[in-house]
Design a protein around this ligand. Structure first.
Ligand code: PGA
Length: 251
């Protein structure tokens, strides 16, 4: 299982310090769950430093696929690795929509992440409209295909996929465990034999109260958290839910 917290554009040095102190103070070791936090770029050194002794990894929220050059405001894969990142999120729907990132651009980011030794967390998700029109599966297949065509199936043995229905991200509306499971099975099916070991996260209003029922689904391998990763108690509770489901032990 893997639980990733995406802080998005939240925090200050003082707020991050308080949040991480609170997480570390109540942390109990997890045997079956990897955990990562993706802070805004400017706070990567702070978060890496504070988490350096512990089991929590750090990731970037995006990257520019180019190596270096005149790309004002951008950050490369090499820079993220240099700062101590292990993961990087690519194709988050907020960036697809607000930064007009296309499927092809996301594929370039995926390739650049791997080239720089980072594990890409590839987000895919359908709009509410697509779901209502019965086109959710087509939308997801299309987003995946562009990256699979560019990187090859084999590349996904060092990558994570996150299913994030757009209508569920930051809205409080979570996909039901059945809806999520159905799509995760479909996603796994796009990868042939490699699908069996692919880590597929669910993201979209995951909370401490619904995490167990989502994690209990056989094709849900963890979560990508937005809002819930900004609260120490919720974040810890969700990581522990993943551990409980993974180990079959209820606390
Ligand atoms: P949310 O965000 O948990 O606040 O819905 C999830 C995400 O954007 O990854």
């Amino acid at each position: 299982m893997l639980v990733v917290g995406n802080w998005k554009m939240n925090g200050t040095a003082a707020v991050n310090n308080q949040l991480l102190q609170a997480i570390l103070a109540d942390w109990s070791p997890l045997r079956c769950v990897d955990v990562a936090i993706c802070p805004p770029f400017v706070y990567l050194p702070q978060v890496v430093e504070m988490l350096s002794e512990g089991p929590i990894n750090v990731g970037g929220q995006s990257l520019n696929p180019r190596v270096n050059g005149a790309f004002t405001g951008e950050v490369s894969g090499e820079m993220l690795l240099d700062c101590g990142c292990r993961y990087v999120i690519v194709g988050h729907n907020e960036r697809r929509r607000m930064q007009a990132e296309t499927d092809l651009y996301v594929a370039e980011q995926f390739l650049a992440a791997q080239k720089n030794g980072l594990i890409p967390i590839l987000c895919v998700g359908e709009s509410e409209q697509a779901r209502e029109a019965g086109q959710a599966f087509d939308a997801i297949a299309k987003q995946l295909k562009v990256v699979i065509d560019a990187a090859g199936l084999e590349a996904f043995s060092h990558a994570v996929v996150a299913y994030e229905p757009i209508w569920a991200v930051g809205t409080g509306k979570t996909a039901t465990p059945d809806q999520a499971q159905e799509m995760h099975t479909f996603i796994r099916g796009q990868f042939g034999a490699l699908g069996k070991n692919l880590v597929i996260l669910y993201g979209g209003s995951v909370k401490a109260s619904n995490a167990v029922s989502l994690f209990a689904e056989s094709d849900i391998d963890g979560a990508l958290l937005g809002g819930a990763s900004l609260n120490a108690e919720d974040f810890i509770a969700i990581c522990q839910s993943a551990e409980q489901v993974a180990t079959g032990v209820t606390q």
